[in-house]
Structure formats: structure tokens, C-alpha cells
Ligand binder design. Structure first.
Ligand code: NAP
Length: 391
């Protein structure tokens, strides 16, 4: 029996994870949960799974939940509470599906406490990949990717000697705006952007899919997870989203991982590793797979991907600054404070004010994150051009 804590249980990844856990009661048990502030849903999850412990990031919401929860579930709060859930003695493996940077410290402490990790929150690897991978090695833990492309690569690379690998390829559907040119993209509404053609996901990652920042973050994620040199990671747009990743071998053979767009598959692959269990999810319909297409991404039309690829080469705190500035800009777009086309401009201006630090400590990483969020807010506030563009 693997005992699991799910950080971000009320989100898209979190809900899919609970579904997988509920389908395997003989193999998986749920010990801990966490949310930011959606305590009604969290309360339903507590009633259903009876976890030992939950954490709520928002202090006021934690106090409200504590009044409502009876039984034996302990309600903790803030980053300290999240850390206690992640390091709880009854937990074997944590699933990280939180938004934002707050789970970084709990993640690091969990690895130090000997927990294995199934990681969806790519932003944490982007901001602290070097440190996280070092902790994983030092403590002999497993870091299992949940992001579908990385879960695909992880499966493809099992048993393949590294020296045989020429290149890894991450596919992306292109998101909701793939068919629009740059001028048309400039003034799309949040509602339009949130209509993803293939995946049902949280709002931030859905916007990242449309800007292709998601692929940029995934290149950095793959770099850390697989110790892959950046020039051996390629991004390919594949609108049908059937192939999730490919590995080109040195003899010219290419291995591909294909599956339906259902996050329960990579989540289950991580939770069941090194076994593989049956999954009651829709199967690929082979006769409907005609016409798979693959395109190079256009970096002029999708400047966020260009920025991410450039920043990946700088490394150090620059990647965290890219991610934090992007998150700030994405939420500003979702609140209709800036236009879609302003997102890369906010990121670029924020990055221009940052002097990257190589091999940062945890404290330096968190400080750079804070700085970037404030700097990006400043760019948004002070530059009238941005605000005018949505009027
Ligand atoms: N969704 C996908 O299919 C998918 C695929 C691959 C990778 N990912 C990655 O997985 C992560 C989660 O994505 P999602 O789509 O599941 O997001 P989501 O639906 O927005 O869920 C985010 C979860 O994190 C919680 N949360 C929000 N702010 C937090 C904070 N400051 N500290 C701790 N927890 C916080 C939320 O709680 P409340 O509900 O209380 O706000 C919710 O439980 C992201 O890093 C994303 O890139 C997602």
C-alpha cells in the first residue's frame, strides 16, 4: 500500500489524482490533502477520503474549515501547514499539483524527509531544478514526472542507455490560438484563450498553452528531469495531441509514446511505478488516427517560447524570474488588466531588470521569485501602453 499526500487536491491535477486513488483502494491510500482557499470542495474530499491531515494556504479559509470539519482530520494552515502535510510520517509519496511557488519549500523538505514525489507543478522545477535534483540524488528518492510529455519521456527512456539517445522531442497541441496570426492574437479574450482544444486544465496552464510558454517551461523541466542538454530537446507542434513525446536514437530510430488526452494516465503511471496497472480510461481509436501532423513552432508568432528558450540558456535565477513574471502577466491577462499580446512584453521587461545568479540557494531562489513578481507588477502598473491596449 502506497500512502499518498496530494498537494493541490482541489485543482485539475489534484481531482484527477483523487480519481486514480479511488480506483485503486487496495494499492493506494490517501493520507493528506491541501488547497489554497476552495474549502467547500476540500470539505467534500475530506468527507469522502477521511485523510489524517489537510493544509489550507489561506489563513482565514483554514480557520473556517477547522470550525466545519469534525472527525479525526487535522487542519493545518499556511506554508508551514503544507510542509507538515508533505513531511507527515504516514506519507510515502507526495503528488505536487499546486499553483504558484508556495509548494517549493514543502517539496524540498519532503525530499529531505525521505518522501518520493510525483511532480506536476513544472514551475517548481523551472525555478529550482538544480536544487531539487540535487536533493533527490542526495536523499536517494524518486522524482516521477506527471506532466504528460515528461511522463511519456520517462516511459520511453526506461531501459534505453543514455549514450544511444540523440534527441528528445516534446510535442504540444499549440493551444487555443494556434490558427491565429500575431495581430489576431493580440486582442483575444480570456474566455477564448481558456477554450483549450484538447485538455481540461487549470486557467494558468491553459493560457501558457496558448502562448506556448508552457512548452518553454517544459523544455527547462525536461533539462532537469533527464539531465538533457538544452540543444538536444526539441519542441514540435502536434495539434492532434496523440503523440506526447518522442525519443530519437542515434541509429535514426524514433520511439513515440501515444495515449488519449487524459491526465489520469500519467498520474497513474507515476503512482504505480515501477508497476503498470489497468486503467479504466478511454482507449486510442486507431482507425481515427489518420492525418497526424507535426510543425515547427514559429518563434515570432509565439515570443513566449523564444523568451523561455533564451532564458533557459542563462540558467540560475533567470528561469525562476521568467516563470514568476509569466505567472504575474497571465493572471493580469485573466483579470483583463493587460492584453494577451502584452504577456511576453511584461516578461521581457522584467527579465531585462534581472542580473541572474548562478547555482542559487533556496533563499536566493525565493527572493528572486518575490522580486520578479513585484517587478512584473511594476511593469504592468507603470507602462500605460499595456493598460491602453485592452481599452
Ligand atoms: N491540469 C493539467 O492537466 C496539468 C498538466 C500538466 C501539468 N500541470 C501542472 O500542475 C500544476 C497544477 O495545475 P492545475 O491545472 O491542476 O491548476 P489548478 O486547477 O489551478 O489547481 C491548482 C491547485 O493549487 C492550489 N493552490 C492555488 N494557489 C496555491 C498556493 N499559493 N499554494 C498552494 N496551493 C495553491 C489550488 O487550491 P484552490 O482550489 O483552493 O485555489 C488548487 O488545489 C501546474 O503547475 C501545472 O502547470 C497541470
Amino acid at each position: 500500500m502506497k500512502r499518498i499526500a496530494v498537494l493541490g487536491s482541489t485543482g485539475s491535477i489534484g481531482r484527477s489524482t483523487l480519481d486514480v486513488i479511488a480506483r485503486h483502494p487496495q494499492r493506494l491510500s490517501l493520507v493528506g490533502l491541501s488547497a489554497h482557499s476552495r474549502i467547500e470542495l476540500l470539505q467534500e474530499q475530506i468527507a469522502r477520503f477521511q485523510p489524517e491531515v489537510v493544509a489550507v494556504l489561506d489563513d482565514a479559509a483554514a480557520v473556517r474549515l477547522r470550525r466545519q470539519v469534525g472527525g479525526t482530520t487535522q487542519v493545518l494552515q499556511g506554508v508551514e501547514g503544507l510542509t507538515r502535510v508533505a513531511t507527515h510520517p504516514s506519507v510515502d509519496l507526495i503528488v505536487v499539483g499546486t499553483a504558484g511557488p508556495d509548494a517549493l519549500l514543502p517539496l524540498v523538505r519532503a525530499i529531505e524527509a525521505g518522501k518520493d514525489v510525483a511532480l506536476a507543478s513544472k514551475e517548481l522545477l523551472v525555478m529550482a531544478g538544480e536544487l531539487i535534483m540535487r536533493k533527490v540524488q542526495e536523499h536517494g528518492r524518486r522524482l516521477l514526472p506527471v506532466d504528460s510529455e515528461h511522463a511519456a519521456l520517462f516511459q520511453l527512456l526506461q531501459g534505453v542507455p543514455r549514450e544511444q539517445v540523440e534527441r528528445v522531442i516534446l510535442t504540444g497541441s499549440g493551444g487555443s490560438l494556434w490558427s491565429l496570426d500575431a495581430a489576431q492574437q493580440d486582442h483575444v479574450s480570456p474566455e477564448q484563450v481558456l477554450r483549450h482544444p484538447k485538455w481540461q486544465m487549470g486557467p494558468k496552464i491553459t493560457v501558457d498553452s496558448a502562448t506556448l510558454m508552457n512548452k518553454g517551461l517544459e523544455v527547462i523541466e525536461a533539462h532537469w528531469l533527464f539531465a538533457a542538454p538544452l540543444d538536444r530537446i526539441r519542441v514540435v507542434i502536434h495539434p492532434q495531441a496523440v503523440v506526447h513525446a518522442m525519443v530519437e536514437l542515434r541509429d535514426g530510430s524514433c520511439l513515440a509514446q501515444m495515449s488519449p488526452c487524459d491526465m489520469r494516465l500519467p498520474i497513474q503511471a507515476a503512482l504505480s511505478f515501477p508497476e503498470r496497472w489497468t486503467a479504466d480510461v478511454p482507449r486510442l481509436q486507431w482507425t481515427q488516427l489518420a492525418g497526424l501532423q507535426f510543425f515547427d513552432p514559429d518563434l515570432d508568432r509565439f515570443p513566449c517560447l523564444r523568451l523561455a528558450l533564451e532564458t533557459a540558456r542563462l540558467g540560475g535565477t533567470a528561469c525562476g524570474v521568467l516563470s514568476a513574471a509569466n505567472e504575474t502577466a497571465v493572471w493580469a491577462f485573466l483579470r483583463e488588466t493587460i492584453a494577451f499580446g502584452d504577456i511576453p512584453r511584461v516578461i521581457e521587461e522584467t527579465l531585462a531588470g534581472h542580473a541572474p545568479l548562478a547555482h542559487p540557494t533556496l533563499e536566493e531562489i525565493l527572493a528572486a521569485d518575490q522580486w520578479a513578481r513585484q517587478a512584473a507588477q511594476g511593469v504592468i502598473r507603470e507602462n500605460k501602453r499595456f493598460v491602453q491596449s485592452v481599452m
